[in-house]
Design a protein around this ligand. Structure first.
Ligand code: ZN
Ligand code: ZN
Length: 147
């Protein structure tokens, strides 16, 4: 792919030339927008299943007091029931949670995400995190330019 900026006649700095802050900002925005597009594409499909290891690592807990409900089937947990606890502390019947996690990796209640075995998805998540950091960069840059 030809670089957009070289097509537009931008070039690398010559010795002693001052960097063009506007160009830097434009580059940040360009990268950020590309990410936004990716994000909306991805938004249409469900994240992949939780990884086997992360599902096996979920903690079991025996219910010792009443008053809690499984968010999936909305039945009360009974004393003596063994439930699965997500890292976000939400509790579910294993038979309610496990089929869910075999389809997608997030808590049915709060969308807390477990790791997946899907390399593409994990790469996308990293990219998403980087874009967030870049967003902070843009803000800092904006502040340094206009304050
Ligand atoms: Zn349930
Ligand atoms: Zn949760």
């Amino acid at each position: 792919m030809a670089d957009y900026f070289s097509e537009m006649g931008w070039r690398e700095l010559a010795d002693g030339e001052q960097p063009n802050h506007f160009l830097h900002l434009a580059r940040l925005f360009r990268d950020y927008n590309m990410f936004e597009e990716l994000n909306s594409l991805n938004g249409e499909k469900l994240p992949p299943p939780a990884s086997k290891a992360s599902v096996e690592a979920l903690i079991d807990e025996k219910i010792t007091q009443d008053g809690h409900q499984c968010p999936v089937c909305l039945k009360d947990f009974l004393t003596g029931d063994v439930v699965k606890i997500m890292p976000c502390k939400h509790k579910f019947h294993p038979e309610c949670l496990l089929p869910w996690l075999s389809k997608t990796n997030s808590c049915p209640l709060c969308r807390y995400e477990l790791p997946t075995d899907d390399e593409d998805y994990e790469a996308w998540k990293k990219e998403k995190k980087r874009a967030k950091e870049r967003e902070t960069d843009i803000e800092n840059l904006h502040n340094s330019m206009f304050s």
